[in-house]
Design a protein around this ligand. Structure first.
Ligand code: SF4
Length: 327
């Protein structure tokens, strides 16, 4: 059986159920790298210049982990998923960068997704990818349709049922739905890329720490596309597809949907700094929901994150207690 390596980083957090369905339908076995550790980061970091963004260093560390464990590594190039809106340039050069800095990397399976090039181009790209596993077009088409349905279900369970991304991926939805229905908890909106919010090593176990204070955490994936669309229009369009989603979620949470917002960005990321600034300025303008931004980098220490988090939560919980009817 052909083994396809999937680095647990970057777009993994957005598309894994889709990729998993596609490749397993075509008879491949998936090898997903384990959750990020300091060793993952150090391995990736050693191959690139210091000012490469933290998520890309982590991604490269995951690829290094997959060396000698699979026949191919899957690294898609997502140029554009919405017409005339493009992704961060780091996503476009990932296969080339990986080849250049990890020469021992197994052969890379690539697919370029660019909706601006039309449907025929997209179908051909999917066919070219599927041809590594079967020459039968009908099988590739069926796998692609099943993959799209898996992606759709994954997104819906998060934004319609309020399920967090890791649970939506592992199918522990019922448990979480119950846990999220306590309205006396402080609700904290976390905004940022899913590869920051859901990688516990990168974000210093932020979600776990918030939940330990009995806060309810909501993330951009839990906002419906309709709500995002309206909220994004309110704050203004961004220039990058995924950043627009994060800005839209920030704008949505700012309409009194949560008790506080934490924006997570990485040092040296242009799109992140612009995106967080848009939300921060809007938060300062309307003054109804406190906003804190956390900028993470390779050397960020637990203590620094913890101190800021405690001060922010203390303020949120005091404010929340004052507004409860029995307070
Ligand atoms: S958006 Fe920022 S953090 Fe993400 S890959 Fe691009 S530069 Fe790195």
């Amino acid at each position: 059986m052909v083994k396809v390596g999937i680095p647990r980083a970057l777009l993994y957090y957005r598309y894994h159920p889709m990729w998993q369905t596609f490749f397993t339908r075509l008879g491949a076995e998936l090898v997903v790298s384990p959750p990020t550790t300091r060793a993952t980061l150090l391995a990736g970091s050693a191959r690139v210049v210091a000012d490469t963004c933290l998520p890309v260093k982590v991604f490269l560390g995951h690829v290094i982990h997959l060396v000698n464990k699979c026949d191919f590594v899957f690294i898609p190039v997502l140029r554009s998923v919405r017409r005339r809106v493009y992704n961060c340039s780091k996503f476009l050069g990932l296969p080339d960068m990986t080849r250049a800095v990890i020469p021992e990397c197994p052969p890379i399976l690539e697919i370029e997704i660019d909706v601006n090039k039309g449907e025929d181009y997209l179908h051909q790209a999917i066919y070219e990818l599927g041809r590594h596993f079967t020459p039968k077009k009908s099988l590739i088409k069926e796998a692609a349709q099943a993959a799209w349905e898996a992606h759709d279900d994954f997104r819906k369970v998060m934004h319609h049922a309020g399920v967090m991304l890791p649970e939506a991926m592992t199918g522990r939805e019922g448990e979480i739905r119950e846990a999220s229905s306590n309205s006396s908890q402080a609700a904290i909106g976390l905004i940022g890329h899913p590869y920051l919010i859901h990688d516990e090593f990168i974000n210093h176990r932020l979600i776990e720490r918030l939940q330990a204070t009995h806060s309810r955490v909501v993330t951009p994936e839990m906002v419906t596309p309709g709500e995002l669309e309206v909220a994004t229009a309110r704050l203004g369009r961004d220039y990058w597809a995924y950043e627009e989603e994060v800005v839209g979620a920030g704008s949505y949470f700012l309409q009194g949907k949560v008790d506080g917002i934490i924006g997570i960005a990485t040092f040296g990321c242009g799109p992140d700094s612009l995106m967080m600034d848009m939300v921060r300025r809007e938060a300062a303008r309307i003054k109804s929901v406190p906003f804190m931004s956390l900028t993470l980098e390779e050397h960020t220490a637990d203590a620094g994150v913890l101190t800021r988090l405690e001060a922010f939560l203390d303020m949120i919980h005091r404010k929340k207690r004052k507004t409860l009817p029995c307070a």
